[in-house]
Design a protein around this ligand. Structure first.
Ligand SMILES: Nc1ncnc2c1ncn2[C@@H]1O[C@H](COP(=O)(O)OP(=O)(O)OP(=O)(O)O)[C@@H](O)[C@H]1O
Ligand SMILES: [Mg+2]
Length: 286
């Protein structure tokens, strides 16, 4: 447990400046006119959400399935256009849905996807996946340099011996190892922001703690601003400084994680907690 998972959110400048800020994000998806919800043409998946991600700090986004968590992640990664609202990177409004501007944006903001099984191309070895990411973000480099940097990335995500992993295919990796490769690929960009969509939900309980410790370690060593999307309130309490609770596309409660989870104010957060196994439990150490 680290000092900043305290009972209050420390927003002082030395704790971490705001790297990525979302203001009043709205995302409507088109629905079939005839079959649309209550006959409406659009379905509002994200409804006026504002949030700030700070350097060296984990912010958790929790809520039931379908509440809009992944959509927020994808909007922040600029993988889809906003219906309205604004995203500011280091205080500057950005819009980078395509082309060069998008690549530039991904140098700073990286997302790991909810399903580590489908996010890695089964046809490519780890060396190709990491090498490609390194070249996209780092420009021209020799094969030797790519290999050296790939090994350094594998060490950073604690896969050892690194040499052994370089030539493996995704099907030769466990779920936890694939998730680590996804992190390594994201880190190839040397990003300031990591949007981690359910990084542990597909993993066996026994290795969840290892993965969360890795994220915690990365945010400290890389000074990463992390959005941790999860169903798991216990890990949000343990590993994030601030927690935002989503319900039907809206953030209905937010605050210091321990405060939100130990003494929630909103009825929905209470219901979510009642449905969770035991949010105050210690995670299995495996
Ligand atoms: N591309 C899309 N087109 C239409 N509707 C979508 C699209 N993506 C998401 N939705 C809808 O938006 C809502 C929010 O989806 P989202 O994936 O963000 O939820 P989530 O909170 O991440 O859920 P889970 O916990 O199951 O991952 C859902 O009702 C979903 O069906
Ligand atoms: Mg999701």
């Amino acid at each position: 447990m680290t000092a900043d998972t305290a009972d209050t959110v420390d927003t002082s400048a030395d704790r971490g400046r705001v790297v990525l800020e979302a203001r009043n994000l709205v995302k409507d998806f088109r629905t079939d006119k005839r079959k649309g919800l209550f006959g409406r043409e659009h379905f509002r998946a994200v409804d006026n959400v504002s949030l700030e991600l700070r350097a060296g700090q984990v912010t958790a986004l929790v809520g039931q399935s379908g509440s809009g968590k992944s959509t927020i992640g994808r909007l922040l990664a600029q993988l889809m256009p906003l219906t309205s609202g604004e995203i500011l990177l280091d205080g500057t409004p950005t819009s980078a849905n395509r082309g060069r501007a998008f690549i530039e944006y991904t140098h700073t903001v990286q997302m790991t996807l909810q399903d580590p099984f489908s996010s890695l191309n089964p046809l490519h070895r780890v060396s190709y996946t990491l090498g490609r990411a390194l070249r996209i973000h780092g420009g021209r480099m020799s094969d030797d340099e790519v290999e050296e940097r790939s090994l350094a990335l594998l060490r950073k995500v604690e896969l050892s011996p690194a040499e052994r992993y370089l030539h493996r295919f995704p099907h030769e990796l466990s779920g936890g190892e694939r998730q680590r490769i996804s992190f390594a690929r994201a880190l190839a960009a040397q990003p300031k922001v990591l949007l981690a969509d359910e990084p542990v939900s597909m993993l066996d309980v026994s290795i969840r703690k290892e993965m969360l410790d890795l994220i915690d370690n990365l945010r400290l060593t890389e000074d990463l601003a992390v959005l941790y999307i999860t169903h798991d309130l216990g890990s949000a309490r343990e590993y994030s400084a601030e927690t935002l609770v989503m319900y039907h596309g809206k953030v209905i409660e937010r605050g210091a994680s321990r405060k939100v989870i130990d003494s929630p104010e909103h009825e929905y957060t209470r219901r979510l907690l009642a449905a969770a196994p035991n949010p105050r439990r210690r995670l299995a150490t495996g």
